[in-house]
Design a protein around this ligand. Structure first.
Ligand code: LIP
Length: 300
């Protein structure tokens, strides 16, 4: 298939801006909030309304493409080789509900089960990340009001850190997430790994510079793509959390390995990921170092 990925990206960007205005207009204090897996797995009326808007816009523009969205996903649904929009209407719903300004809309297109277009937009910070396969990754600051006022600036992702080799975990800022699973195998593996990452090494040094959680997989991936974080590790998130950010990460020169030791080519829906920032060297070595910290633990 000969797809015009740039045109698809433009459509996703305009949908992202429309969705962003909806999110800014919603008052999280007033919206009906429900839960899914447990009390930490929050969904709001805004998540559902944004997904309905996005799905109607994208289905009208690209009727032959498949659509997978967080709020309409049914267990068992498979992502196939067909061009598929993979959408999280609000990634970082917990932050959204609390008014913590780290949440976004994540709009991805997968072709042959591989991320081909990614648009991630945080309307609170008016920051838009975008990428299409083979054409690089960009960040636009002041994307909404700025462009409307003729003042937007669109620049290549700030890869200021990319000339800096990765020299090891002990010089790294590492993003981790609890996710909403608070028991079971993933909980056990995560608590063990988090504990090791916070520890002192035999030589008296620290294992990592520090740990962060942006509360949104998509924003974690964009921060890694921009070189603001060195690594991001999570198990339990879904294809809609990572599809768009993965495209942005790869196009910026970062890599995505499996969150379980062993695989350099994780599947889009494998639900366990380890992202590494762009760097001229040290990417493979830091993945192997992180995998050694995980040791025998394996997430589901
Ligand atoms: C959330 C993520 C977050 C992750 C959670 C959850 P939601 O997405 O992006 O980083 O830890 O597992 O998937 O529910 O806010 O769309």
């Amino acid at each position: 298939t000969n797809l015009n990925l740039q045109e698809i990206q433009d459509t996703l960007i305009s949908v992202a801006h429309e969705a962003g205005r909806m999110m800014l207009a919603a008052n999280p204090a007033d919206i009906d909030t429900g839960t899914k897996l447990n009390s930490a797995d929050i969904v709001t009326e805004t998540d559902k309304a944004v997904e309905a808007l996005v799905s109607s816009r994208l289905t009208a523009a690209y009727p032959t493409f498949a659509f997978v969205g967080e709020e309409t996903y049914k267990p068992g649904l498979q992502i196939t080789a067909t061009p598929t929009f993979i959408v999280d209407p609000i990634d970082g719903t917990t932050n959204f509900v609390h008014g913590f300004p780290s949440a976004c809309i994540s709009l991805g297109l997968a072709v042959d089960r591989t991320p081909a277009v990614g648009v991630v937009y945080n309307p609170w910070q008016d920051t838009l990340y975008s990428a299409t396969r083979g054409h690089g990754a960009f960040v636009t600051v002041g994307a909404n009001w700025g462009l409307e006022a003729g003042k937007g600036r669109k620049t290549k992702l700030p890869l200021a850190k990319s000339p800096v080799p990765l020299t090891g975990l002990d010089r790294s800022l590492v993003s981790i997430e609890w996710g909403s699973q608070r028991d079971g195998v993933n909980y056990e593996v995560k608590t063990e790994v988090f504990k090791k990452l916070c520890a002192t090494k035999e030589n008296g040094g620290a294992m990592v510079h520090s740990l962060r959680s942006m509360g949104s997989a998509a924003l974690n991936l964009c921060a890694v793509a921009a070189g603001q974080l060195d690594l991001y590790w999570e198990g339990g998130c879904w294809a809609w959390d990572v599809c768009a950010g993965w495209c942005i990460l790869s196009e910026a020169g970062g890599i995505m390995a499996s969150g379980n030791p062993g695989s350099w080519e994780p599947e889009l829906d494998s639900r366990k990921y380890l992202a590494v920032r762009p760097a001229p060297s040290g990417q493979k070595e830091i993945v192997e170092e992180f995998w050694r910290v995980i040791g025998d633990g394996r997430m589901e």
